[in-house]
Design a protein around this ligand. Sequence first.
Ligand code: PA5
Length: 414
Amino acid sequence: MNLVLDLSTCGITQGQRNTFTEKLQDALAKLGSGKEDFTGWVDAAGIVTPGEMDDIEETAKAIREKCDLFIVVGIGGSYLGAQAVMDALFCGQGADGPKVVFAGCNMSGAYHRRILEMMDGCDCCLCVISKSGTTTEPLAAFSILKEKMEEKYGEQASSRIYAVTDREKGRLREEADEAGYRSFVVPDDIGGRYSVLSAVGLLPLAVAGVDIRSLTQGAVDLMTDEEACEAEADYALTRVALSMSGKWIEVFEYFHPELHFFGEWLKQLFGESEGKERKGIFPASLMFSRDLHSMGQFIQQGKPLLFETVIIIDERNEDVIIPESAGAPLAGKSIEQINDCAIKGVAAAHTKAGVPVIKLHVPKMDAYNMGQLIYFFEKSCAIAAYTMGVCPFDQPGVEAYKQEMRDEIAKIDG
Ligand code: PA5
């Protein structure tokens, strides 16, 4: 595999990991059996068929030709993966294709007003993504934005609206079929937070100009790599062992701001997969150097509840030299050289303070390696959840809030 997992400063021994061998075997058997619900993503090569891949690319090409603003409506697993990959690869910013914006993941009037205003000045396409087809936030945002599309394009609006949803069920499927939107399917056996390599992620990513074949290939290659399977298990079991030693918070850290949404995706993946039955590790994410000047203090000297998982991009695509005016010792060095010193210095300081640090190196940031990262974390997360004794693929707590919110909406007058 391209990724390198460094457990040398994690504080957990192979012997401690081995105490979970039986649970690990059970977890791997469940994930590999092809019989457990919602494990369709495990076979990364089979998530979309070759025909679907062609369809997604052709549709994305048509969208890129006919609009300069592509609005993606979705929440949770129906948007975070796409935004994470897009941002990490600096795609979808409008430089060589449509600008991609996301909606339906908050209920802010100001936020949606800004999107309506953006739609005034340009050619738009709209894509709504919801597996259930019933989630309140995306459905509300979609209705608002669809009305604007109809205002702009009249009867032609439906040829600019796309839907990714369940094959048969839900309000969105009914509407898509009735209105004739070009639609794609969220596979039955894949839940939201494991769906980025299905049409849920691939359609918006292809529109943003991401090489989705390479992204998928990264995951497929990891799936069949023995060294990767070992690393996924080691990472998963290290986390479980750390939690059992009282480290109940995992902080995902990165030194490149383009990984901000990857941190958000990780929080969703781990939080929703593990956090149930009063179990789980609380996932947090921090962006360094920024957060070294806030949360860095807590990590160094606060209550010792946490461990760190640092994602390190080894080869940087771009760099800038610090000018002479900076004086010694910075002048003439590059900003990424200084970043490297931060990476090493932070690890040294935190390790000396007794904080367990796990490092995951990515050789460079491209679609292929993003595919590897996605698959690595999905698989590790599912193994860890099973090892903790919870189902990685449901989210009863989320369903509870959805229902409470619907009840509140029903009480609004008029
Ligand atoms: O991971 C999950 O299943 C959830 O986070 C969902 O993605 C989220 O609740 C959105 O659901 P839906 O796609 O049905 O609108």
